[in-house]
Structures are given as C-alpha cells and as structure tokens.
Design a protein around this ligand. Structure first.
Ligand SMILES: [Fe+2]
Ligand SMILES: [Fe+2]
Length: 195
C-alpha cells in the first residue's frame, strides 16, 4: 500500500505568492473548503448507505473536517475576518467532479473515492507550502498540523476504494485521474484560494 497519492505536478510559486499577498481571502476560502470536505464525506454516507464497511471512517473524516472548519473559523474570529457571504465557484472541484460522471454506478463510486484522495493530497501539498513560507509562527504551526491530517485523508479514500475494487483497477484509474488533476490545477486562474 502506498502511503499517499503522488501528485503529478507541484503547485506554482505564483499560486503561493498570490495566497501570501492576500491571506485573509485565503482563510475565508480555506474555511469554506473544510466545511465542504466535511459535507463531502457525509455525502458518501448518504449516497452509499449499503457500503457499510466504510461508514465509520467516513463519519470520522467528516468530524475531523468539521473540526478543521472550527479551527479556521476560530482563527478568523481572532483576526477579525468574517465568513464570506458569497463564495466564488470552485472551478477546480467542478472540473474534477465532471471526470467522475458517466460510467456505471460502481465506477462512479470508485472515481469519487479516488478523486477525494487526490483533492485531499492537493490540499496537503498546498498547506505544507503555506506552513513553510508563512512568517507568522502561529499560522505556520497551524498549517503544519493541518497538512499532516490531510495527508492521512489522502490515504484513506484510496484504502476505501481497495475494499471494493481490484488493486490494478484502483491504481490504473488513480494514475489517470492524477494526470488529469495536474492538467486542471496547472490551468487554474490564480486566486488567493486553496484552488
Ligand atoms: Fe481538512
Ligand atoms: Fe481532509
């Protein structure tokens, strides 16, 4: 078992600079991403109640993501940054999720799990960059703890897929999706946001 998904491209320095230049906006987007990550974990429970083997881990993941949301929210409160009333569309997620459409219910289930792992790994990679480059020590520590947590999530969705699909099928499809994610992430317009 691979410890984690290896992404096909690194995030750019231009992305990191954009985030560092407007960290308040980044925090607002980050909070929103954590809230959505929690909802996504629970959406697997809602969509696949018969996949009982993975439900406990999905619930646990949803709780952890909600805790991340709480932590970012508390941090924003201390800094006097409000939750945004409106969020821009997350083009990255829209394009990635479009890749999971079509096929059979089984392959959609497989692809959704694999995509969840890739998204977690991209979050992990980007939080690590933030933790290494931000000057504020409290924020640096905060993002260090977070990237370790997201690294664990990057692994668990692949592990879930392996409970239901053959190794070769999982890793072949994972490689395809990783390549596509690299194309998508490289083409995104720069925003002070996680994606
Ligand atoms: Fe998270
Ligand atoms: Fe996560």
């Amino acid at each position: 078992m691979k410890y984690s998904v290896e992404l096909a491209c690194d995030s750019s320095k231009a992305w990191l600079d954009t985030v560092m230049d407007d960290f308040g906006s980044f925090l607002q987007d980050h909070a929103d991403c954590e809230r959505k990550a929690s909802a996504m974990a629970m959406s697997f429970v809602a969509k696949y109640p018969n996949r009982k083997e993975i439900i406990p881990e999905l619930i646990e993941t949803a709780i952890e993501e909600l805790e991340h949301f709480q932590q970012v929210y508390n941090l924003m409160e201390r800094k006097g940054i409000a939750l945004p009333s409106e969020m821009q569309k997350d083009v990255y997620m829209q394009q990635l999720m479009a890749l999971t459409h079509g096929g059979t219910p089984d392959t959609r289930f497989r692809d959704r799990l694999l995509m969840a792992s890739i998204v977690e790994c991209r979050g992990c990679e980007r939080f690590k960059l933030v933790s290494e480059h931000i000057e504020d020590e409290e924020l640096s520590r905060f993002y260090k703890v977070l990237w370790a947590s997201e690294a664990k999530h990057g692994n668990i969705f692949v592990k879930m897929a392996l409970k239901y699909f053959e190794n070769k099928e999982v890793y072949d499809r994972l490689d395809e999706l990783i390549q596509k994610e690299a194309e998508i992430v490289s083409a995104l317009p720069l925003r002070p946001a996680l994606h």
